[in-house]
Design a protein around this ligand. Structure first.
Ligand code: OAD
Ligand code: ZN
Length: 243
């Protein structure tokens, strides 16, 4: 892939960079994306049956088992060269913020520090009744109970219809407003509010680059669209800009 010289030159000078990642960055680790028409989670299941508070209220075991399956996949696989290239980026750029919609925890596992997990983390559980208990997810086939109030524990992820963690969202917004360059990586750009961040960056004058296998609804609005695998393009980008 030929990375445009203009993008390389711009990134060389940028001191404030914000990055948004989605399921596509973990695809090369072997994790399914959501909207791949053949193989994505939402090709097989309806989100409202598995990823809503109502679904958990209706059939907690079904939801629990699906998240257990996903969590086991996350535990069996590991971060890939795309995640590691972003660790490198953080070392090279003075003000670097990594905003992710992924719940796999791979960015931190790879070594990224300033990570904002907008949709939570699948390795953790929290009290379904919202009493405040959050803990690590233990191996358990049955749905565990909250040690404080006795309600079910549920995955510490954001479900459809729920609000995003306010602190992470505000920091993501702030980093986006201040960014000189914004990279949208491996996300279909269909889920709000994450999807609007790239537009916010653009309005504030940042250059926006997209790295994705395929065009997305964001593609017509970006300054640079790099089509290919993030696990290949990101290491190449780091090498060409800072190598
Ligand atoms: P999607 O499944 O919607 O999009 C994944 C994107 O990654 C697609 O645009 C693919 O073309 C792209 N892609 C696939 N493999 C890639 C690769 N190797 N390199 C680069 N790009 C690749 O996933 P998200 O955009 O993350 O929310 O979805 C956003 C949210 O919707 C998720 O966090 C989840 C989902 O429903 C909740 O569960 C609340
Ligand atoms: Zn509780």
């Amino acid at each position: 892939m030929k990375i445009p010289t203009e993008l390389i030159n711009y990134l060389k000078k940028a001191s404030r960079v914000a990055v948004l990642t989605g399921a596509g960055i973990s695809a090369e680790s072997g994790l399914k994306t959501f909207r791949d028409s053949q193989d994505g989670h939402w090709a097989k299941y309806r989100p409202e049956d598995l990823a809503t508070p109502e679904a958990f209220a209706r059939d907690p075991k079904l939801v629990w088992d699906w998240y257990t399956m996903r969590r086991n996949k996350v535990a069996e696989a590991s971060p890939n060269s795309g995640h590691f290239a972003l660790v490198e980026l953080e070392r090279l750029i003075p003000h670097f913020t990594l905003i992710t919609q992924n719940v796999d925890g791979y960015h931190r596992q790879a070594g990224s520090k300033n990570v904002l997990e907008l949709h939570g983390n699948i390795q953790k559980v929290k009290c379904y009744d919202g009493c405040g208990v959050v803990e690590d997810w233990d191996e358990d086939d049955n749905i565990p109970r909250c040690p404080k109030c006795g309600a079910y524990l549920r995955p510490d992820v954001v479900w459809f219809g729920e609000s995003l963690p306010l602190d992470a969202l505000e920091k993501a917004h702030q980093a986006t407003l201040e960014s000189q360059a914004f990279l949208s990586i491996g996300t279909s750009g269909l889920v709000q509010p994450a999807a609007s961040l790239a537009h916010t960056a653009r309005q504030k004058g940042a250059i926006v680059a997209e790295i994705n296998l395929d065009p997305t609804p964001l593609t017509p609005h970006v300054d640079f669209a790099l089509h290919g695998k993030s696990g290949e393009i990101l290491p190449q980008l780091v090498e060409e800009v800072w190598g």
